[in-house]
Design a binder for this molecule. Structure first.
Ligand code: ADP
Ligand code: MG
Length: 569
């Protein structure tokens, strides 16, 4: 075939594929246009999963009559004009691609009346070709109606899922935009029924309640932080007692744009380290506001990914802000009594409801996770009175709010962990010198790890020096080891270090390993004095509620739930 320049309508169809992947991407582009137009109220109506109909109506500034047709041209935008504008984008859109792309693959009607004018106008386009235009009476603002999406692109249509699944994606897009813009009132109407609404009060908590339900949101903790360069982070995170099986409820917004960011995800996961059970994930809605020039949003046509110029600064800002909130406020998990009297009492941290799968287009709302009990207790430990020990494993104690069961190993691990971490920070580890230095045989990879992390190892009390090619002469180990041999512990720690991603994680895993091997074990009988001493130390811990691996150190059986279980109330 000879080379030919493609017909504009074919070129537009191809380009449309990048921006308009499915109904949800149409909704995202249209709503972002409404936001850019300064709308305070945006209504999204869909039918047939958005394939049959999508209508987005706003009360924004509107489009002047004379510009209406131009808005449908490729690379026509009112948002940037110079290449240099790309350095600091403050609007959601800027590529001038959405309207022409959508128009190329659907039947579209664009109706608008510019603010302060008294006449509106409309254009009707089918498959990218203008069919009709004219004057029309309409309220100020813009309304875009998209019908028969991909009717002229059968391959794309084949890739769409069921109407319910596509509606689910639209629901996600609209809720994310509502969380990104709590000051805007959003309404999603699915097949004539309202399926989501946010009040537009400007309070992120109100928008969150519409998405996750007020029970979850009531328990969430407010986070905010700034750094000296003017970067700001703010939002809400769940306490460690509220968690999910996947990361679907972790949301980030950069300059009001919903983004997927590994960097921010890692910062948050780092903040929860040691507080959340392994394999569980928090509910998070965190905003990051930085100077537009610090972030590149022009990485991907759908603008879901961004690049930051100062990754390290942003990482520590978010990690520190979330960590500080969690440490200051995370509460003790409650023992949750069984819902019905006939089933056995369940001792465990309060379970959290998973989001419901999509069903009948009903938005997933969390149910109350703790019938009418308070979700949790305040962060600081109350003074506890030790009553005794059960199974050689749990310390039973009493406090003002009821009865507490403390896992002696987990509790001691937490105490030891914080102690060795502090000593390492001050470079004053408690060392147990070995009378006879031990020659430990090491693999070449272990020697390399040892070389790489020798400062860290020394700060925790591993002392010694290389001895020949493959031998290390161990002269001292961290004090207080209960069950591990010095060389066994060194081997374990080297394995952990070889997997560490960064110095913080390296230190953390060494500390956790030492803590584990120097803590009392389950099954160790403790005297009353020993238990009292342990509980006092735990009360003084920075994060007393979980062990370094994230398991709870204690469970609480509240006075209320005891009364209920015994039928006293
Ligand atoms: P972009 O958003 O990248 O500029 P679009 O193709 O999405 O490109 O929109 C083209 C232009 O149409 C916008 O720059 C804007 O001027 C105008 N426009 C689109 N939607 C709206 C709206 N809801 N309200 C006001 N103007 C709009
Ligand atoms: Mg746009």
């Amino acid at each position: 075939m000879p080379i030919r320049v493609l017909d504009p309508t074919v070129a537009a169809k191809i380009a449309a594929g990048e921006v308009v992947e499915r109904p949800a991407s149409v909704v995202k582009e249209l709503v972002e246009n409404s936001l850019d137009a300064g709308a305070t109220h945006i209504t999204v109506g869909i039918q047939g999963g958005g394939i049959d109909l999508i209508q987005v109506t706003d009360d924004g500034e509107g489009i002047p009559v004379l510009d209406l047709e131009l808005a449908l041209e490729r690379h026509a935008t009112s948002k940037i004009s110079h290449e240099s504008d790309l350095q600091s984008i403050t609007s959601m859109g800027f590529r001038g691609e959405a309207l022409p792309s959508i128009a190329a693959v659907s039947r579209m009607v664009l109706t608008s009346r510019a603010r302060g004018t008294d006449q509106g106008a409309y254009v009707r386009v089918r498959g990218g070709i203008m069919e009709r235009k004219g004057a029309v009476g309409c309220p100020e603002g813009t309304s875009v109606t998209v019908q028969d999406l991909f009717a002229n692109v059968p391959v794309r249509r084949k890739f769409l899922r069921s109407a319910a699944a596509e509606a689910g994606r639209i629901h996600t897009v609209v809720t994310q935009l509502a969380l990104a813009h709590p000051q805007v009132r959003f309404q999603l109407v699915v097949n004539g029924k309202e399926s989501f609404a946010s009040p537009g009060s400007g309070d992120l908590r109100d928008a969150l309640a519409g998405v996750y339900g007020s029970d979850t949101v009531d328990a969430m903790l407010e986070v905010s932080g700034t750094d000296t360069e003017g970067r700001r982070t703010w939002g809400y995170v769940s306490p460690p007692s509220t968690h999910r099986a996947n990361r679907a409820a972790i949301n980030f917004y950069v300059n009001r744009r919903w983004v997927q960011s590994r960097l921010l995800l890692q910062a948050v996961e780092e903040a929860y380290r040691g507080l959340l059970m392994e394999g569980r994930h928090p509910v998070v809605a965190m905003h990051v506001d930085v100077a537009p020039a610090e972030v590149d949003v022009n990485v991907h046509p759908a603008k879901r990914e961004v690049r930051f110029h100062h990754e390290g600064a942003l990482f520590s800002l978010v990690q520190r802000a979330v960590r500080e909130t969690l440490v200051a406020q995370s509460p003790v998990p409650l023992v949750s009594p069984s819902a019905s009297a006939s089933s056995p009492m369940r001792w465990g941290p309060t379970p959290t409801q998973e989001p419901l799968p999509w069903r009948d287009l009903v938005p997933p709302r969390e149910q109350s996770s703790t019938n009418d009990l308070p979700a949790s207790l305040p962060a600081a430990l109350p003074a506890l009175r030790v009553l005794g020990q059960a199974s050689g494993t749990y310390i039973i104690a009493e406090g003002p709010g009821g009865v507490y069961l403390i896992d002696q190993h987990a509790a001691h691990e937490r105490v030891r962990y914080e102690k060795v971490t502090q000593q390492a920070r001050e470079r004053q580890p408690e060392v147990q010198g070995l009378l006879d230095p031990q020659a430990v045989e090491l693999q070449p990879a272990q020697i390399q790890t040892l070389e790489e992390w020798k400062e860290t190892l020394a700060s925790y009390g591993f002392l010694g020096e290389p001895f020949g090619e493959s031998t290390y002469l161990l002269r001292g180990v961290p004090n207080g080891l209960k069950d591990a041999s010095p060389e066994g512990l060194l081997g374990e720690v080297l394995d952990l270090l070889s997997q560490a991603r960064d110095p913080a994680q390296a230190s953390d895993s060494v500390a956790a390993s030492i803590a584990c091997h120097s803590a009392v074990r389950a099954g160790d009988m403790l005297s009353h004095e020993e238990m009292v001493a342990l509980v006092r130390q735990l009360e003084g811990a920075e994060s007393p509620h979980t062990c370094p691996h994230g398991r709870p150190t204690m469970l609480h059986l509240s006075a209320n739930s005891l009364e209920r279980e015994f039928g006293r109330r």
